[in-house]
Design a protein around this ligand. Structure first.
Ligand code: KMH
Ligand code: ZN
Length: 273
C-alpha cells in the first residue's frame, strides 16, 4: 500500500491552553511543536497562528515569522496554511497570508455550524474565490469537507473547472454541527471520493484515533494534532502534538504501512505536476 502521509494540525484557532497547556501560541512554541512532530514522522504541518496571548490571526506578518522559522527547523517539510482561520473572519482576512505562497493551503468546501451561535461560513462564491486565489498563487489546495454536501459541491465545482485537480480531499469528521466520525459515515464519505483523488481524514475529539486507524487500513492519509483532539487516550491530555503523531506512526507500523517523507508526500499528492 502507498506510504502514509501524516499531517500535524498543531495549533488550530479554537483550542486553548486552558484546555491543554501544550497548545502552542508563540512562534517559539509553534516551531517546537512543528519540529517534534516532523521528527516523529509528520510530513505536513497544517498551520494556524496566534498572537502571543492566544488570539487567532491570519495576519501575513505573523504567518511569515512562523513559516520561515518552521522551514528552517524542519527542512523540506510541507507547510499547509489554514485559509479557514477562525469563525467570524472575513474571507479576505482569511486569505491574507496566502500572498506568502506556501506550498499548500486549505480550501474549505462549505459552511458548517461550529456549536452555539458560531457558523463557519464558506459560501459557494467564497469557495470559488479561494480556489482561484490558490491557483493563481500556485498553492496546492487541501479541499476540506465537513459533510457529504461539501464533497458534492467540491466535485461539482471541480467538474466545472472552478477547482483545479489533482484533488486532495481532507475529510474532517466529528465537528459539532458537521458529519459525525462514526465508521458508517466515514465509509460513506470514503466511498464517495473519486478513485483518482487522494484523501486524508481528521477525526475530531474521540474520533481522532479510530478514524486514523480506518484511514491506514483503507489507503487514505491521516491528520492528527491538538487542533482536532487534546487527548492521547480517554481522560489523559496529550503532552504534545508529537505524542499524537507517534501514536499514529505506531499504529501504521502495526498494519505494515510505512510513513512518507515530505518528498514522498509531494509525489503522492502530485504537488509538483
Ligand atoms: N478554525 C475553523 C473555523 C481550516 O483550517 O481551513 C476552520 C478550520 C479549517 O480550521
Ligand atoms: Zn485548521
Amino acid at each position: 500500500m502507498e506510504k502514509l502521509i501524516i499531517t500535524a494540525a498543531i495549533c488550530g484557532a479554537e483550542v486553548t491552553k486552558e484546555q491543554n497547556p501544550a497548545v502552542p501560541y508563540t512562534i517559539e512554541e509553534l516551531v517546537n511543536e512543528a519540529y517534534l512532530s516532523y521528527l516523529m514522522g509528520a510530513s505536513i504541518i497544517h498551520l494556524h497562528v496566534r498572537r502571543d496571548d492566544g488570539t487567532p490571526t491570519q495576519d501575513s506578518n505573523r504567518f511569515k515569522l512562523a513559516h520561515e522559522a518552521i522551514q528552517k527547523a524542519c527542512p523540506g517539510v510541507i507547510i499547509q496554511f489554514s485559509t479557514g482561520g477562525a469563525v467570524g473572519m472575513t474571507i479576505e482576512e482569511r486569505l491574507d497570508a496566502t500572498k506568502l505562497c506556501p506550498e499548500m493551503a486549505t480550501l474549505d468546501c462549505g459552511s458548517v455550524n461550529f456549536g452555539g451561535d458560531e457558523v463557519f461560513i464558506n459560501t459557494e462564491n467564497d469557495i470559488i474565490h479561494v480556489a482561484k486565489t490558490l491557483q493563481e498563487r500556485s498553492i496546492k489546495p487541501e479541499c476540506e469537507v465537513f459533510e457529504k454536501g461539501h464533497l458534492d459541491s467540491l466535485l461539482r465545482l471541480h467538474k466545472k473547472g472552478l477547482i483545479q485537480g489533482p484533488l486532495h480531499i481532507g475529510l474532517v469528521l466529528g465537528v459539532n454541527g458537521g458529519m459525525s466520525g462514526e465508521l458508517r459515515d466515514f465509509h460513506f464519505m470514503r466511498e464517495s471520493i473519486p478513485s483518482n483523488a487522494t484523501w486524508s481524514v481528521a477525526g475530531i475529539g474521540k474520533y481522532e484515533f479510530p478514524l486514523a486507524e480506518a484511514a491506514i487500513i483503507h489507503g487514505g492519509h491521516v491528520r492528527v494534532g491538538l487542533e482536532d483532539n487534546l487527548f492521547i487516550e480517554k481522560g489523559v491530555l496529550a503532552k504534545s502534538n508529537a505524542e499524537l503523531v507517534a501514536k499514529v506512526v505506531k499504529m501504521a507500523r502495526s498494519y505494515g504501512r510505512s510513513i512518507a517523507t515530505p518528498e514522498e508526500a509531494r509525489q503522492i499528492l502530485r504537488i509538483k505536476e
